[in-house]
Design a binder for this molecule. Structure first.
Ligand SMILES: Nc1nc2c(ncn2[C@@H]2O[C@H](COP(=O)(O)OP(=O)(O)OP(=O)(O)O)[C@@H](O)[C@H]2O)c(=O)[nH]1
Ligand SMILES: [Mg+2]
Length: 489
């Protein structure tokens, strides 16, 4: 099918299997990178993989593998030595700062496990020799690099976070544009962000990501300033980025204040949030439960905005359902920070529905990523239910085994109305269980506000006496306490 479409850029994936990473986990990582790259509009046509003790400081791969990679892209396979001499003092300083500014909340994405001292890694690394067994290992999986026939790949995508220096070195050696995993995710977020807020959050993350990587054009990556006065152009860009970041933060703070108000207004309502790994089926369940038309798509990070809708048909009191941004492993730090406010929805829910794609063999690792992120924002104290979604794709035996292992979980398919109805009953039952019954007296003078009671509780019976109407209600203890107070004032 892809052949009839306009040509998609062809990409080579690069992954290093570090100690402690199993073959399965490594393969799953690369498969996920392939999906990310696909979502971005590239075709991954080859994978270069190597086992190493750690990422090579300068070029990620050892020199042998780097040659192999560069043969695929038509690059020289080496870092031209002349190119290294040109780095001026100002640029060095800028890069060094960019690589290591941990105390600055605006600091660019940390280089992660790669290149911990963030030197920018200009000189070609020499650690190939320090690990003499690596060459043998690279020979061992040399035959893994098969390329689909067609034109030369024009992009290299590395499954790790690269320091600006590593990125530049790889571009020089391969002669093509190099993206790292964080860059791919940032770009996807950039394309998928719809609301004003999400766009601002993503722009902040993107600027933080791009800033340390600004440089004169090399290997086809975009460069706004064209040629000219080199470092001063970089300096200028840097100032512009700082200004823009400040402006964005201000705008975001205003929007978030507004949202805090709205959230405050919803505080008495019954709320459930759908959380989970990207593509697990959160938006599909959201649609099914609320009849809303949120985007459902077989791509990663289809949803970037939190949507809140009442469960349909409406219950009394109504139950609000939130759809949230999905998680992924190795999510760039900046993006996690950007989406923290989105995740506040999850924090404020009374119930979290952990949606898992049961048909994905790596579901357990995906669930762990979800739990870890939620733990980090303190949402692990919110009661949760485990939802094994997409069971329509499982064969009966696998499903049986899963059910036996997780008797407390809900098994369903977002595509089956009966399953969704069952989920709805489960959600209602959860809230029922936490509700209490109480009597509310509404003085005649305040009858106009009786609607508030109906909004936040279930009215079991109603009677009238000389003081006003007397309602027997069921609701969450907090809501009842607030209503009682508000009608006594
Ligand atoms: N077979 C099957 N496919 C499903 C089911 N639920 C969702 N899908 C499909 O899975 C893909 C992802 O679904 P979404 O609902 O967009 O997933 P999401 O969790 O919202 O994903 P993000 O917004 O990207 O984080 C879509 O192609 C859905 O049609 C299910 O129960 N069975
Ligand atoms: Mg979604």
């Amino acid at each position: 099918m892809a052949k009839t479409l306009p040509e998609r850029p062809r990409a080579v994936l690069v992954g290093v299997q570090l100690p402690g990473v199993t073959d399965e986990a490594h393969a799953a990582d690369l498969a996920e990178l392939k999906r990310l790259v696909h979502t971005l509009g590239f075709d991954a046509v080859a994978t270069v993989s190597q086992r190493r003790q750690r990422l090579a400081t300068g070029t990620v791969l050892g020199s042998g593998k780097l040659k192999e990679l560069s043969e695929l892209t038509g690059g020289s396979g080496v870092i031209p030595s002349g190119a290294q001499g040109k780095t001026s003092k100002a640029r060095e300083k800028w890069e060094a700062e960019a690589d290591a500014e941990p105390e600055d909340p605006d600091a660019p994405v940390a280089p992660g496990d790669a290149d911990p001292n963030g030197s920018g890694a200009e000189p070609p690394d020499e650690d190939d020799d320090a690990f003499p067994d690596t060459d043998a290992e690279s020979d061992a999986d040399a035959e893994a690099t098969a390329v689909e026939p067609g034109p030369r790949p024009t992009v290299v995508v590395v499954d790790h976070e690269l320091s600006p220096g590593q990125l530049r070195n790889l571009e020089r050696a391969t002669g093509v544009q190099v993206l790292d995993r964080a860059g791919v995710i940032v770009d996807i977020f950039h394309r998928h962000a719809k609301s004003h807020e999400a766009r601002m959050q993503v722009e902040i993350a993107r600027l933080n990501y791009l800033a340390p990587r600004l440089r004169e054009s090399s290997g086809g990556s975009e460069r706004q300033q064209g040629r000219g006065s080199g470092d001063s152009a970089v300096e200028l860009d840097r100032r512009k980025i700082r200004d823009r970041l400040a402006e964005l933060r201000e705008g975001l703070a205003a929007i978030q204040k507004d949202q805090d108000h709205r959230r405050y207004a919803r505080r008495d309502q019954l709320r459930v949030a759908l959380v989970g790994y990207t593509n697990a089926g959160k938006s599909s369940l959201m649609r099914a439960l609320t009849g809303s038309t949120v985007l459902v798509a077989d791509q990663l990070f289809a949803t970037l905005d939190t949507t809140v809708r009442a469960m349909q048909p409406e219950t009394r009191p109504r139950i609000l359902v939130s759809d949230t941004v999905g998680f992924i492993q190795k999510l760039p730090h900046d993006l996690v920070a950007s989406f923290r406010s989105t995740l506040d929805e999850a924090l404020e829910a009374s119930l979290l529905l952990y949606v898992v794609d049961a048909s994905d063999p790596t579901w357990a690792a995906q669930l762990e990523v979800t739990r870890t992120v939620l733990r980090e924002i303190g949402a692990d104290v919110v009661p949760g239910k485990l939802l094994f979604n997409k069971v329509d794709r499982l064969d009966a035996a696998v499903q049986e085994a899963l059910r036996a292992e997780h008797p407390e979980a809900i098994f369903l398919s977002a595509h089956r109305p009966d399953d969704v109805a069952m989920l709805r009953r489960e959600v209602i039952a959860f809230f029922e269980a936490s509700m209490v019954e109480a009597d509310l007296v509404i003085p005649y003078a305040r009858q106009a506000r009786i609607g508030e009671v109906y909004e936040h509780t279930t009215v079991v019976s109603q009677a009238y006496d000389e003081t006003g109407s007397r309602l027997r209600v069921r609701g969450l203890p907090g809501a009842i306490a607030r209503l009682t107070r508000s009608f006594q004032e």
